[in-house]
Design a protein around this ligand. Sequence first.
Ligand SMILES: [Zn+2]
Ligand SMILES: [Zn+2]
Length: 283
Amino acid sequence: MDVTFFGTRGSCPCSGSDYSEFGGSTSCVLIEDGDDHPLILDAGTGLRTLGAWMRPELLASGRVLQATILLTHLHYDHLLGLPFFTPLLDPGAKLDLYGPTQDAGSLEEVIQAAVSPPFFPIQMREFHGDVTLHSLDEEEFGVGTMSVMSRWVPHVGPTLGYRIEAGGVVVAYLPDHQAPLDRDLITDGVMELCRDADLVIHDSQYDDDEFVGRSDWGHSTVAYAVHVAAAAGARALKLFHHDPSHDDDRLFELEAFAASLPSAHHLESVTSAREGQTILLTR
Ligand SMILES: [Zn+2]
Ligand SMILES: [Zn+2]
């Protein structure tokens, strides 16, 4: 299984030389298992780059997109890349889009409202490709050769985390996760997602001091991310959803801090996700 980070940033995209190491595009991760159709985690602004990378090869080989996107939730930083995903402009393109059941209407109604005037120049149905929406609760289902588990994760608004298994390798994806006030308790759903995973990709938005003033903003600390991965018996952790106020220098510091924590010693590796990085996971 190959895991490639196209967007690692949380909340809001950022650009400039201060972000060149870890990247400024928001949440988007590509999961590939052999020649199977790609599975994409979240549609943040990194999805634009992913589309620009995929489309020339598709067109050159006379093929069109066939892919699946799993949305954790509908905050802008996880959705904004969707209307800029250029493979959807090709007639015959097929995208299965999964996301959490909404309180404010069907998933289809809510996403179509977000991708329509006055927020975007055209309606989603005007793309030439077909988008099929799937509303999710806590479920298990297959996508090609991969098995997917969804579980509710504490955040702000309906939010799912995902556990993806293929070829005996497991990735858990929890980009937005509200740490509890004690930064110790772990919900059953989060444990189910992360248990014995080969790689946990986890919200690490704040340091401990920042969390004190933002303890109900829906996010985790670097230390809580390490705690969750270690308690779940995971092999490796990628710190993810970097705060836009954390430039490369700060993220290097946080990465070193995370690796120095006692619970990090239960893991084979604790590092920060970098935009453009691919990890090959094998058993
Ligand atoms: Zn987010
Ligand atoms: Zn969010």
